[in-house]
Design a protein around this ligand. Structure first.
Ligand code: NAD
Length: 355
């Protein structure tokens, strides 16, 4: 099994290096994985003027999954749009049709106090938000700003989902739930929006193939409230692009630490790109202070969802838990005045805890 490693810019190379060390340790222990690195983002622009060079795309196409660091930085903000580092990311999503965005929100008991919510509300939280990434009102046509017959200006967008788009994300949700606690909550606004009534109908139809998974439905306004009131009631939440955009950011803040959160974007074949939810953090790049755990946990997701190596994924996640229980902290998750360790030392600690 081959993994393409695209480290990118800013803290990308530092944090990705630690995830690579963890994957290499598993490979040395007998896991059949091979890693191949390639340039992306500003790092690729510097070398060949293109944030996603043909050679990088070739490496990704020959791989089973992509581990991605982060791209971007102030140096590139004035480039023409096609050469901006983020285009590398967007083109990869489009090229591989990565329509399912998975964002787990896990609160380790030791870090529960980092949340703005009461520790007892979030401690032990382990929820997965699945957001449809390529459809909905963000892409629906027609859209625009026009002048009506009465001479008033109006803005308009079109919310739409095809049956096949809903089916494939519903399948992803039920399959993800099978690897977790077996419960899916589909979030919509079926009481007001036709598109989302259709969403609810199709999700219910797809559910017939998954009798072992429990399905519930919730209106998005209630879901936003329940995520704050009692987030531990959820296992997998599946929803459309716009509701998912908002709810996944809300859920990530339940944890209170951006350096801890991995993500995945998958296509229908299970091929995926795995990356921390944070960016390239130019303010701390090159100082060995960035938290590598979100990237290390992204590597665990990669093993679980694209390579079907649940045992190896469990090992990484257990090692991260052990390191946190030992009290080891990078600066972003440390209490004020408490001792901290650097990026590489955190990588060392996870390697030691792998056992
Ligand atoms: P950011 O996520 O890079 O940083 C936000 C804050 O969180 C900063 O203070 C940063 O130091 C801190 N932070 C982020 N990751 C951390 C980590 N692992 N450990 C410790 N602290 C961490 O967001 P930003 O500052 O808005 O954007 C910086 C650059 O990243 C921009 O060029 C932006 O376009 C890019 N970006 C890239 C991605 C991506 O590659 N997927 C995502 C978001 C932003």
């Amino acid at each position: 099994m081959k993994i393409a490693v695209l480290a990118g810019d800013g803290i990308g190379p530092e944090i990705t290096a630690q995830a690579v060390r963890v994957l290499q340790a598993l490979a040395a222990g007998g896991l059949d994985i091979h890693l191949e690195s390639a340039l992306v983002g500003g790092a690729a622009v510097d070398v060949c003027g293109d944030p996603l060079p043909a050679e990088t795309l070739r490496v990704c196409e020959s791989a089973d999954a992509i581990l991605f660091g982060a791209v971007g930085g102030p140096r590139y903000d004035t480039l023409p749009r096609a050469q901006r580092p983020e285009q590398g990311l967007l083109r990869l999503r489009k090229h591989f049709d990565l329509f399912a965005n998975l964002r787990p929100a896990v609160v380790y008991p030791e870090l529960a106090h980092a949340s703005t919510l009461k520790a007892e509300v979030v401690a032990g939280l382990d929820l997965l938000i699945l957001r449809e990434l390529t459809g909905d009102i963000y892409f629906g046509q027609p859209r625009g700003i026009r002048t009506t017959e009465s001479g008033e200006r109006e803005g308009f967008d079109t919310m739409r989902y095809t049956e096949s788009e809903i089916r494939r994300i519903a399948h992803s949700a039920f399959q993800a739930a099978r690897k977790r606690a077996g419960r899916v909550c589909s979030v919509d606004k079926a009481n007001v929006l036709e598109t989302t009534q259709f969403w609810r109908d199709v999700v219910t139809e797809v559910h017939r193939d998954y009798p072992d998974v429990a399905l519930s439905h919730m209106y998005v306004d209630n879901a936003a409230m329940q995520l704050i009131r009692n987030p531990k009631q959820f296992d997998v939440i599946v929803t459309g692009n716009m509701f998912g955009d908002i709810l996944s950011d809300e859920a990530s803040m339940l944890t209170g630490s951006i350096g801890m959160l991995p993500s995945a974007s998958l296509n229908a074949k299970g091929f995926g790109m795995y990356e921390p939810i944070h960016g390239s953090a130019p303010d701390i790049a090159g100082r060995d202070v960035a938290n590598p755990l979100a990237t290390i946990l992204s590597a665990a997701m990669l093993l679980r969802y694209s390579l079907d190596q649940a045992a190896a994924a469990d090992r990484i996640e257990a090692a991260v838990r052990r390191v946190l229980a030992q009290g080891l902290r990078t600066a972003d998750i440390a209490d004020a005045g408490a001792p901290t360790i650097g990026t590489r030392a955190m990588g060392d600690a996870v390697l030691a805890a792998l056992g």
